[in-house]
Write a protein that binds this ligand. Structure first.
Ligand SMILES: [Fe+2]
Ligand SMILES: [Fe+2]
Length: 277
């Protein structure tokens, strides 16, 4: 059974004053997916926190309560840093992003106010299982290596902490409900819900760029030549890991933190300790 200490790191990351949303050089489609993810998190992570705060009084066992508090501590840092990063992104020309965000925020507020705690916790685990599969994919393939340094720093730190707290939402869900079938259906819904937001953001941004695309990035908008490698990597390294999370025997406790991820975690612990930017 794998568990890691969950460290709350209070980092100060520095972002450029005006950041081109094409954060992966020459790869607008991939960049806009990252932007979509970064716009999602300031809405999604506060919702996760509200769900875990509601679950906390129902938990017993000092270990799980402490892990839940650490989970809340890490997620609170994540979405605040994404808000800072999103403010630096030059997104004025992409009309319609705010409507997408407003609809998403309304969904999460409605879930917190009206849905059963069991649903909100299964949603949380659906997201956590998704990010764990994504984190393992990203670290395994070095996907962030070509992302500009400030954004890379943000995503590396965030993803490594997602790996650190990978067991918490699962354990809390198991404690409160434990139904596999319910976790499966709500988890699939959660992953569809968050992916459709990210894909709508990506599509809106690509369509906005459509007329200038050849001049700015070369080739047609949404070029298969450019996204083919990403789809191929996803097919090989992400989809199998994600499918595994939907199996009845899945447990994040069976997934060890790779040595390379531990080294990244240590690097950020040191940065937080020294106040380095
Ligand atoms: Fe997070
Ligand atoms: Fe998380």
């Amino acid at each position: 059974m794998h568990r890691n200490p969950i460290t709350i790191r209070r980092l100060t990351l520095r972002f450029p004053e005006a950041c081109d949303p094409v954060i992966a050089l020459g790869r607008p489609e991939e960049s806009f997916l990252y932007v979509g993810l970064s716009l999602l998190l300031p809405h999604l992570e506060p919702y996760l926190i509200r769900s875990m705060v509601s679950a906390k009084p129902l938990l017993d066992g000092e270990g799980l309560v402490k892990d839940t508090e650490a989970f809340i501590g890490q997620e609170s840092q994540h979405y605040k840093m994404h808000i800072q990063f999103n403010r630096c992104l030059d997104l004025q020309k992409y009309k319609g992003l705010q409507v997408l965000e407003d609809n998403l925020a309304a969904d999460y507020n409605r879930y917190s106010e009206t849905a059963a705690l069991k649903f909100n916790l299964a949603y949380a685990e659906g997201f956590e299982a998704f990010t764990l599969a994504m984190t393992r994919w990203v670290f395994q393939t070095g996907l962030l290596d070509h992302v500009q340094p400030a954004a890379r720093d943000l995503f590396r730190w965030h993803l490594v902490e997602e790996m650190e707290h990978r067991t918490v939402a699962f354990d809390v869900y198991q404690h409160i409900s434990g139904s596999y079938v319910y976790r499966l259906w709500v988890g699939l819904f959660a992953q569809w819900h968050l992916c459709q937001f990210v894909l709508r953001v990506t599509q809106l941004m690509l369509r906005t760029e459509r007329n200038d695309f050849r001049k700015k990035y070369g080739g047609r908008w949404c070029s298969f030549q450019r996204v083919g490698y990403l789809l191929w990597l996803a097919l090989l390294y992400f989809i199998p890991k994600l499918l595994n999370t939907h199996m009845p025997w899945y447990s994040p406790h069976r997934i060890a933190m790779p040595v390379s991820a531990k080294a990244i975690a240590d690097e950020y612990t040191e940065k937080a300790r020294s106040g380095a930017r």
